[in-house]
Design a protein around this ligand. Structure first.
Ligand SMILES: [Zn+2]
Length: 556
């Protein structure tokens, strides 16, 4: 007697991501596991009276996508806010904001997202005066796509109590004007938070990134509202074929809400969430929080088993850290958020506790400091299978490229982030880093060729979450100048960075990331055969069915 399948997916072009058995035409699932992967005849043998048959109609079937770097709470909250993506010029900005204000007359703070640094023009930055001219009597806050910079109008600055400025700590800045008042530009989360706290969610969705701490005095009603926001976000994540997400900010508040969703209706996506270590936290937090959360949240569906840090900010606001000066600002290299000694101490301690580390590092100086810290951990504790990672790596110094392989460091990168990709402007980024660094910017191919394990993601809500759009960006990127190296990856490499390697980074390669007998039943059925689809049309291929843990979590 054969076991009976709960689901059979047939008429499919199955890319298993399992090198021992790369292709098949059908898959059988039973409970939350994969029962078999093979030909239609082989798989039909598992059919029984209760089997649900899915006809893939010739479309590609893959292991569910693993989004290796995103922010679920912030992303979910933004689904309710205005997007300014593609808006250019004062008049267009004014119309978008005024329409939004009219639609939501009761919102105490109007938040908009994805305003390019050049939303007004290539050489004029937004100030509170522009926003005052658009909406003088409503508080407004608009974010740059990277979320590291935001601009507020006078009413919002007053509401947040920062019109006269305030010390917001290293790496954060309320930009001040010649008149002694804030210009409206706010750099990094400590500067933004006083204003964002005026919004619908009280800015709670930003705390994980900002402080790693929990909100104070949350009412039951507010918490229920936050859970509703998270549920909307999780459903959206599942609708894009994603079955695993690795969050890159963390807090107990979020973990407990996710746990509640899991216990009541079940999480539609597997969630991995870090302990977020900030530079003001005591080292003992690694034991009393990070290791304690690891013990408490340790299922295949919700786990907290790593440490996240930020080493720098972003290039556009001058907060990224470079080995040499910014090209447009001699004498300035950026200022790291940890000293090398501080960071080494943390990394060594985390490594001793068996906690993997993931660090945001944009500039080549920050990347180097993180690599130094990983090297220090190996020297102190001996080499272990740590799967430490670096997030973004927008610029890498050529001397550091081989160190990824030597240290076993994972490159976690975002195909949607290079200027020129996904509709992003080339400036001011290209002038800020300067032409000499262009060959080492967003160097996916270079790092892969040098033996670095690579995972891909979008950093949602920094860029659109859709993996198919991101895959298209990874495969269709153009060079900034003739003669620069082609950094594109192949379809198979890109898919691996979205499935198998992501599972490996999570230490779950024995049960997910591939379609293989006995593995977790995490599957996405796509609307077309992606191998037969032109690269520039990949984003038009849509998820039709998402199955996570043997349950349909999305059906087109
Ligand atoms: Zn991020």
């Amino acid at each position: 007697m054969q076991a009976e399948a709960s689901f059979i997916i047939r008429n499919a072009r199955v890319l298993t991501m399992d090198d021992a058995n790369p292709r098949a035409s059908a898959v059988a699932l039973a409970g939350n596991r994969i029962l078999a992967v093979g030909s239609e005849a082989e798989i039909d043998a598992f059919s029984g009276p209760d089997t649900h048959v899915i006809d893939a109609k010739g479309g590609t079937v893959l292991p569910g996508f693993n989004e290796a770097h995103m922010h679920i709470f912030g992303g979910s909250a933004e689904l309710r806010e205005l997007s300014l993506a593609g808006v250019k010029g004062f008049d267009a900005l004014a119309k978008a904001l005024r329409d939004y204000a009219a639609e939501y007359p009761d919102r105490a703070l109007l938040i908009a997202q994805h305003a390019d640094y050049t939303v007004l023009s290539d050489d004029e930055r937004v100030t509170r005066h522009h926003l005052d001219r658009i909406l003088p009597d409503r508080a407004v806050l608009i974010f740059a796509p990277d979320h590291h910079t935001a601009w507020a109008n006078t009413l919002a600055l007053k509401g947040g109590g920062i019109l006269e400025g305030r010390d917001v700590g290293i790496g954060n800045e309320i930009v001040m004007g010649d008149d002694g008042l804030a210009t409206g530009e706010l750099r990094e989360s400590n500067a933004i938070r006083p204003v964002s706290a005026l919004g619908e969610t009280g800015g709670r969705e930003m705390l994980g990134v900002g402080t790693g701490g929990d909100p104070e005095h949350v009412t039951d009603e507010e918490r229920a509202g936050d859970i509703a926001i998270l549920k909307e976000g999780l459903a959206y994540v599942a609708s894009l074929g994603i079955t695993s997400l690795q969050n890159m900010d963390g807090s107990l508040y979020q973990l407990e809400m996710l746990e509640e969703i899991e216990k009541t209706v079940g999480l539609p996506v597997r969630v991995r969430m870090p302990f977020h270590m900030k530079n003001f936290m005591p080292l003992s937090d690694l034991e009393t929080k990070a290791a304690a959360w690891r013990a408490r949240f340790d299922t295949d569906r919700l786990r907290s088993d790593f440490v996240k840090l930020f080493m720098d900010g972003v290039t556009e606001s001058g907060t990224a850290v470079f080995v040499d000066d910014y090209a447009h600002q001699p004498g300035w290299k950026g200022e790291p958020l940890f000293t090398q000694e501080q960071f080494d101490t943390i990394t060594i301690a985390a490594d001793k506790l068996g906690l993997p580390v993931a660090v945001h590092a944009i500039g080549d100086g920050a990347v180097r400091m993180v690599l130094n810290g990983y090297e220090a951990a190996i020297k102190a504790n001996g080499k272990r299978d740590s799967r430490n990672r670096i997030e973004h790596i927008e610029v890498v110094h050529p001397d550091d490229i081989p160190r990824f392989k030597e240290l076993g460091t994972v490159a976690s990168m975002q195909p949607t982030h290079p200027p020129g990709s996904a509709g992003l402007p080339l400036e001011p980024y290209l002038s800020y880093i300067g032409e000499e660094r262009w060959p080492y910017a967003f160097a996916w191919r270079t790092l892969v060729d040098a033996g670095a394990p690579i995972v891909f993601a979008t950093d949602w809500p920094v860029s659109p979450l859709d993996p198919m759009h991101s895959i298209e960006c990874a495969m269709s990127r153009t060079v900034w100048k003739d003669g620069l190296k082609d950094e594109r990856l192949s379809l198979h490499e890109t898919l691996a960075a979205y499935t198998r390697t992501g599972a490996w980074v999570e230490f779950m390669e024995d049960r997910k990331g591939m379609l293989k007998k006995g593995y977790l039943a995490d599957v996405v059925v796509l609307s077309a055969d992606i191998e037969a689809t032109d690269v520039t049309a990949l984003a038009t291929v849509r998820p039709v069915t998402t199955i996570c843990d043997g349950r349909i979590t999305y059906q087109a």
